[in-house]
Ligand binder design. Structure first.
Ligand SMILES: Cc1cc2nc3c(=O)[nH]c(=O)nc-3n(C[C@H](O)[C@H](O)[C@H](O)COP(=O)(O)OP(=O)(O)OC[C@H]3O[C@@H](n4cnc5c(N)ncnc54)[C@H](O)[C@@H]3O)c2cc1C
Length: 463
């Protein structure tokens, strides 16, 4: 059976596109953090939509589970075949063509395997901006970013992937190709079915191509780091900057000194960007207008006058801006080096962030001596990565920590995952925190599109 299936897949995509030996498969079945290791019969690397369609048809007819995979940087084990028998991983990484850039239509059409950094660069060459930006942008691929409805550092101004996708092409779980590759900004012709695939984590079909929205390339950019002593102050700083800088404010990231201290510990010789403060806000404003820097400097002076900022460092050039961003973007990598951590990618109303962080930190560190909370994230989106460093903790302790965090999230009517998604990692939490009716709605959609349950079974919903 297995040999027949592999032969059929080789016929569809070519011999070199099918990896079936354990050593070649190993990187594909291990998640980015190295925490989850699954099993697969083979990895198939199709080179076109037609080949994806053929692969899906073969697997679907044989009732073989399919796990779509992009850059494998996801943080919810959605692309890792855990507890699946004979799964086939369909890697889109060979499909990395920028199909076209239409600067006048503010749209770029790409294949699903395009790496985010390459799409940003293609847009830049056409003097346009593709605003999605995140620390994994050198590896994460468009299909994965669409399928996780990725957020990143500019959601405040440009929204998540959901608002950046104009059109989509996908292969359905029975192998049919649905073509909605339209570069339209307005289109009310019936249900907007592409939205179903955005954030579906590969459970409803395989995204093969996308038309993405571009923006004018900002000519001015101001990046600043603001040191503050209390997390409550972050709310007042954010509100002040929103009022003074309006829509030009594109990022507002919060992180604690603990994050800086960790990085300094791993990179001796590295100096903090400013004197120590309990918290930092990294803010960025961008505009096509040459008056931005003056407006931003006025806003920072007013912040200072109001006693809201302990210190402010404004980047003088793009190298300095990059260095400030590195403090934020290396947090996840540095955290990985500390060993085990329990990750919570939660969201609450922006106004509740300081209270949530304070209450949750106090409770977790009191109830579990020896653990350290590392809370940071996209303040302007209400999205906090409430991670807990737990050296040597048992599974029971880890579970108790997560249960407490999610209980508090429910108190604030927040979400158990703001941007990383459910995957296989948070499936039980989804069941516990969404109503029976909402779960039934999701199962109805899944059954309608994938009655044989071949497309990424066990991700998001129970198998
Ligand atoms: C250092 C670091 C920083 C990160 N920062 C952010 C951040 O700021 N914001 C954020 O939102 N995320 C962030 N992430 C998470 C991750 O980068 C995103 O989830 C990204 O969208 C995953 O893309 P990928 O190509 O690696 O997808 P994968 O990990 O390969 O897959 C993710 C999910 O999408 C599905 N999938 C992949 N390709 C397809 C396809 N073509 N069709 C259908 N389904 C598919 C998979 O089955 C899986 O369920 C970060 C990750 C890391 C490691």
């Amino acid at each position: 059976m297995k040999a027949q299936l592999l032969d059929a897949l080789r016929d569809a995509c070519g011999d070199a596109a099918v990896l079936a030996d354990a050593a070649s498969i190993e990187p594909y079945v291990t998640d980015w953090r190295g925490t989850f290791v699954g099993r697969a019969s083979a990895v198939v690397r199709p080179a076109s939509t037609e080949q994806v369609s053929e692969v899906v048809r073969i697997c679907s007819d044989a009732r073989i589970p399919i796990v779509p995979q992009g850059g494998n940087t996801g943080l919810a084990a959605g692309a890792t075949p855990l507890q699946l028998r004979d799964a086939i991983i369909v890697s889109l990484s060979r499909m990395r063509r920028i199909v076209s850039v239409d600067a006048d239509a503010y749209a770029v059409t790409v294949e699903a395997g395009c790496v985010l950094a390459d799409v940003q660069q293609a847009a830049r060459r056409a003097e346009r901006l593709f605003p999605l930006s995140l620390a994994a942008e050198g590896s994460a691929e468009i299909g994965g970013l669409v399928s996780t409805n990725a957020g990143g550092t500019a959601v405040l101004r440009y929204g998540t992937m959901r608002s950046l996708v104009l059109g989509l092409e996908a292969v359905l779980p029975d192998g049919r190709i649905v073509d909605g590759l339209r570069a339209l900004y307005k289109d009310n012709a019936g249900y907007d079915w592409k939205q179903l695939f955005i954030g579906a984590e590969g459970t409803l079909g395989i995204v093969t191509r996308a038309v993405l929205r571009l923006f004018p390339m900002p000519r001015e950019r101001v990046t600043a780091l603001i040191g503050i002593d209390l997390s409550e102050t972050a709310l007042r700083v954010f509100s002040h900057l929103q009022t003074m800088l309006g829509e030009t404010l594109s990022a507002c990231e919060l992180f604690p000194d603990r994050a800086l201290a960790l990085r300094v510990a791993y990179e001796p010789g590295l100096r903090r960007p400013m004197a120590e403060h309990a918290w930092y806000l990294l803010v960025e404003a961008t505009s096509s207008l040459s008056t931005l820097r003056t407006a931003a400097e006025e806003a920072f002076v007013a912040l200072d006058d109001a006693g809201l900022a302990g210190a402010i460092v404004i980047a003088e050039n793009s190298a300095q801006a990059r260095a400030l961003w590195e403090w934020r973007e290396t947090i996840t990598e540095t955290e990985k080096r500390t060993g085990r951590s329990v990750k919570h990618d939660v969201s609450v109303p922006i106004s509740a962030i300081p209270e949530f962080i304070a209450r949750a930190t106090e409770r977790i560190e009191r109830d579990h001596p020896g653990v350290t909370v590392l809370a940071f994230g996209h303040f302007g989106d209400g999205n906090i990565h409430f991670n807990v460093l737990v050296p040597g903790a048992t599974t029971a302790v880890v579970d108790a920590i997560s249960a407490a965090v999610y209980e508090m999230i429910a108190d604030f009517r927040g979400s158990i995952t703001a941007e990383h998604g459910i995957g296989r990692y948070r499936r039980n939490e989804l069941l516990a925190h969404r109503s029976i009716f909402e779960m039934d709605l999701m199962r109805t959609v899944k059954r309608a599109l994938d009655p044989g349950n071949v497309m990424n079974p066990g991700a998001v919903l129970e198998e």
